[in-house]
Write a protein that binds this ligand. Structure first.
Ligand SMILES: [Zn+2]
Length: 240
């Protein structure tokens, strides 16, 4: 373990060393580890992400719990998981995967500390939850590879992970996150075309009014789960 850490320090520049030290300290005192710091640490990062590859917000990532788009058969709720859970270590960098405008940061009930980003193309919102801290503010334009926060275990969480939810902007419907992630490289390509760029710059201007402030709330403020359609209504019978 110690040898590994030393190797890490040798292999990486000072920034990485600092993170290793912070992580080391946090590991030795769990109370500190799970405490929401709420700081704003601006950081611009040129990521090593390839445009044509699929990533999760924590890089490659391991799915620890899938998004469940099901209604509990008995209670009618409670079995619903709005996103996918990705395994992470405390203070792992959480990356933005697609260009967009930060629409909300801060405490969000069971989601803990969350960052929400609106992506004008393809017109969806993505939310990363249970973060230890965020490193962007509302109104900020973020691009692929930008660090938007750091992994944690805030909110209703039993261990460090990143919860990732994707919502269709117009209809408030949940999108299967893994399916979305697999399509992101195509969106990245589309973002390079003049037509999409023009559409996005128009949308950006509309969103310039957003206050650069965190919002702390005890509510998750997620869209209600759309219940699956019941069996089709019986055909109307015309009176004879
Ligand atoms: Zn989750």
């Amino acid at each position: 373990m110690r040898i590994d850490r030393q190797r890490t320090i040798v292999a990486h520049p000072a920034g990485r060393l600092l993170i290793s030290l912070v992580a080391g300290f946090a590991t030795s005192s769990p109370a500190f580890a799970y405490y929401f710091q709420g700081y704003y640490a601006p950081q611009v990062l040129i990521s090593p992400m390839r445009d044509d590859m699929m990533y999760t917000p924590v890089g490659m990532g391991v799915v620890t719990s899938k998004a469940g788009f099901r209604i509990h058969p008995v209670t009618g709720k409670g079995d619903f998981h709005s996103g996918v859970d990705l395994g992470a270590h405390l203070n792992d960098r959480v990356y933005e995967l697609l260009d967009g405008v930060v629409t909300r940061v801060g405490w969000r009930g069971a989601l803990g500390v969350a960052v929400e980003v609106y992506h004008p193309y393809p017109n969806v919102r993505s939310i990363c939850g249970h973060l230890n801290a965020y490193s962007v503010l509302p109104g900020q334009w973020v691009t692929r590879g930008r660090v938007i926060g750091y992994a944690g275990s805030t909110g209703r969480s039993t261990g460090v992970h990143v919860h990732y939810t994707v919502i269709k902007e117009d209809t408030n419907e949940y999108i299967e996150p893994m399916k979305y992630l697999s399509t992101v490289p195509k969106y990245v390509q589309a973002l390079k075309t003049a037509r999409v760029r023009a559409a996005i710059s128009a949308k950006r201007q509309q969103m310039e009014h957003i206050d650069a402030k965190a919002t702390d709330s005890e509510k998750e403020d997620l869209p209600e789960v759309k219940k699956p359609p019941k069996s089709p209504p019986p055909p109307s019978v015309e009176p004879e």
